[in-house]
Design a protein around this ligand. Structure first.
Ligand SMILES: *Cc1c(COP(=O)(O)O)cnc(C)c1O
Length: 410
């Protein structure tokens, strides 16, 4: 990592500014069996979808309790397959939160269906049962709800004191697809994300909580959905390549029953994922400890609102640690990003809401004033580094720099 030197950096005992390593926003932790398992695949001579990807599927199915787990080459592919398996047709309405990454909405566009954008809750950045109720009143013909578990904390899916998102959707006959790109592993109370809505999609993109390089997984308890998604995952072939080569008869014969996609996960990627999976819990626990350290260090800063917890901290995947820079702060969020950059601290913003992206704004005539909460989140949010290779000393340094920049009277 490159050392950086800035003027207001902490001084050493001789009064010289200290040289420090850059703290990147994200770093990938491949410190386990990644190399070994990938080598095994290379030596086996079978690089594409085979036993490793099947093993990853069965492990994740077991972990979450979902009956079916289908490994694919991205979460975006899983989201697309989910809508295809639910038979979404051109013109069908799909509810999508505006506070998410573009993938959640683009798959709706793939099918010429119509995304209907929802505002979110300020405290958690997720949609609530109230957001969904209101959207259903305005669009009673909506077919599917896409839920995003922002930052790794499950949206309020299940009933606690009041009806959760699942009850509201069941009452109105809406199917639920969870974009759980941030939420592996996570739970809403007793139930694992992956075993809540009709279909759940995980991402194993490089900077997610677990990676296969590129990859994703579709989970469902519905046999019919699983069957359709499986066929569409690989060219619309009625059984997959591996089955063709491992089943004793009719090796060459197959049928194509639909114009499917090329969305299977290669075994090289699955091998990486299996090694990551072995360290999933310790990596999650480290991110939880980082979050706790931030919370302890930053709670005395009136200029910051810290992420709010609605689930038990152990049920949170802690993919993001997003703080909100209040209007009382002595500098704007953007100025703070620049200051932290000069301190060698990488940060990010999740997200520029979909209603502000020109394609969605222009295609659907979206107006900023219809999304007041997401507008506020967009102006204030700042995601700080959180990953298993981040040291507590680095966290303390980030906390200290935030105090220097926006402490005191804000
Ligand atoms: C990363 C991400 C995706 C896309 O994941 P890929 O595996 O890169 O396709 C989708 N939705 C959200 C909210 C994400 O953060």
């Amino acid at each position: 990592m490159n050392p950086v030197l800035t003027e207001d950096r902490p001084k050493n005992s001789r009064g010289e500014p200290q040289l420090r390593s850059v703290i990147p926003f994200s770093r990938i932790d491949c410190s386990g069996n990644e190399q070994r398992y990938i080598s095994e695949v290379l030596e086996s001579g079978w690089l594409t979808t085979a036993s490793k990807s099947a093993e990853l599927e069965s492990r994740i199915s077991e972990m979450t309790g979902a009956t079916h787990a289908l490994a694919v080459n991205s979460c975006t592919s899983a989201l697309h397959l989910a809508l295809v398996a639910l038979d979404i047709q051109p013109g069908d309405k799909v509810l999508v939160p505006t506070w998410t990454f573009a993938a959640t909405a683009e798959v709706v566009q793939y099918l010429q269906a119509v995304p209907v954008f929802l505002d979110v809750d300020y405290a958690t950045g997720t949609i609530t049962a109230e957001n969904v109720e209101a959207a259903i009143q305005a669009h009673p013909d909506a077919k599917v709800l896409m839920v995003v578990h922002y930052g790794g904390q499950a949206a309020p899916m299940l009933d606690s004191e009041s009806p959760g998102i699942v009850s509201v959707c069941r009452k109105h006959g809406l199917r639920i697809v969870e974009d759980a790109a941030h939420a592996f592993p996570a739970r809403d109370g007793e139930v694992a994300v992956g075993n809540i809505g009709d279909i759940t999609c995980f991402s194993f993109y490089a900077n997610k909580t677990m990676t296969t390089g590129e990859g994703g997984m579709l989970l469902t308890n519905d046999d019919e959905i699983a069957k359709r998604a499986r066929v569409m995952r690989l060219h619309g072939i009625d059984r997959d390549v591996w089955a063709r080569f491992t089943q004793p008869k009719a090796k060459w014969e197959y049928d194509v029953i639909a114009a499917g996609f090329k969305y299977n996960m290669p075994d090289i990627n699955a091998a990486l994922g299996l090694a990551q999976l072995e360290r999933l819990q310790p990596m999650r626990a480290h991110r939880q400890a980082v979050a706790k350290r931030y919370a302890d260090g930053l709670s005395s800063l009136p200029a910051l609102t810290l992420p709010s917890l609605r689930v038990h901290p152990e049920h949170h995947a802690w993919h993001l640690y997003t703080v909100y820079v209040n209007s009382s702060a002595r500098m704007s969020r953007n100025e703070l990003i620049d200051q932290l950059q000069q301190d060698g601290i990488g940060t990010s913003v999740h997200y520029k809401p979909l209603h502000r992206l020109s394609y969605y704004r222009d295609t659907h005539s979206l107006r900023n004033e219809d999304f007041p909460v997401a507008e506020q989140l967009w102006k204030e949010s700042l995601s700080l580094p959180i990953y298993s290779l981040l040291s507590m000393a680095d966290v303390d340094y980030i906390v200290e720099r935030l105090h220097v920049h926006i402490g005191g009277n804000g």
